[in-house]
Design a protein around this ligand. Structure first.
Ligand code: PEP
Length: 253
């Protein structure tokens, strides 16, 4: 079985003092997890987090990357800039960026390409809205979102991490049931299999109100390789409990 990957998405939260306290609490209690762990910090704090996480089991992630390599793109952050700060993962195509910043499937695919080009692993988010789920369009939506990334990135697709994040479950306290999540993950895995011989090694994370109470049931599903965690990653004890659940699932596999 692949190692699980647990990633915290801090979104637009924190400050110098709060970040140091949160990361300090995590590192103090974490030990050496069996699973891989990362936290995706807001851009201005990447240098701070690079210093705090150095030589720790927690990798550094960012929350967005430009679709361009460099040039006159005011306000944008390139993949090579992220790499300069030791960034290992970058979230791409989060539903909040698709919804509030008009990010299209094509733009997401271009951002994935930029991240891959500099050796930063994109965590590519996809998922349906409540209206799309109720209309029975879940599979169609995630297939379309993944197809754009596959089309734009060819055989490099085996280097990405996917995150299935039903929009209706993000920050709402509503979680997809383990069966609902596994069903969509299996669809994504099958689509990956058609694109690469290495589909089994591509991590597919679940995200959407994952917490200490529901993590184990989700993470035990055969195609759920980890979690992308928003709100619960801002509470050290909650995030540590999710990491412990991932480790327990891996140990019993
Ligand atoms: C997210 O924003 O990626 C997320 C999963 O958020 P939450 O865990 O708060 O639902």
């Amino acid at each position: 079985m692949n190692t699980k990957l647990v990633v915290g998405n801090w979104k637009m939260n924190g400050d110098l003092t709060a970040n140091a306290a949160l990361a300090g609490s995590l590192l103090l209690a974490m030990g050496t997890p069996r699973c891989a762990v990362a936290v995706c910090a807001p851009m201005p704090y990447l240098a701070q987090m690079q210093a705090i996480l150095a030589n720790s089991p927690v990798a550094l992630g960012a929350q967005d990357v430009s679709s361009h390599a460099d040039g006159a793109f005011t306000g944008e952050i390139s993949g090579s800039m992220l790499r300069d700060f030791g960034v290992r993962y970058v979230i791409v195509g989060h539903s909040e960026r698709r919804q509030y910043h008009g990010e299209t499937d094509q733009l997401v695919a271009d951002k994935v390409k930029q991240a891959l080009a500099v050796g930063v692993t994109p965590i590519v988010c996809m998922g349906e809205t409540l209206a799309q789920r109720e209309a029975g369009a879940t599979e169609e939506v995630v297939r379309r979102q993944l197809a754009a990334v596959v089309h734009g990135n060819g055989h490099c697709i085996s280097e990405i991490v996917l995150a299935y994040e039903p929009v209706w479950a993000i920050g709402t306290g509503k979680t997809a049931s383990p069966e609902q999540a596994q069903k969509v993950h299996a669809v994504l895995r099958a689509q990956l299999r058609a694109a690469t011989d290495h589909a089994a090694g591509v991590k597919i994370l679940y995200g959407g109100s994952m917490n200490a109470g529901n993590a184990a049931q989700l993470l035990v599903q055969s195609d759920i390789d980890g979690g992308l965690i928003g709100g619960a990653s801002l509470k050290a004890q909650e995030f540590l409990a999710i990491i412990a659940a991932a480790d327990a699932v891996a140990a019993s596999a």
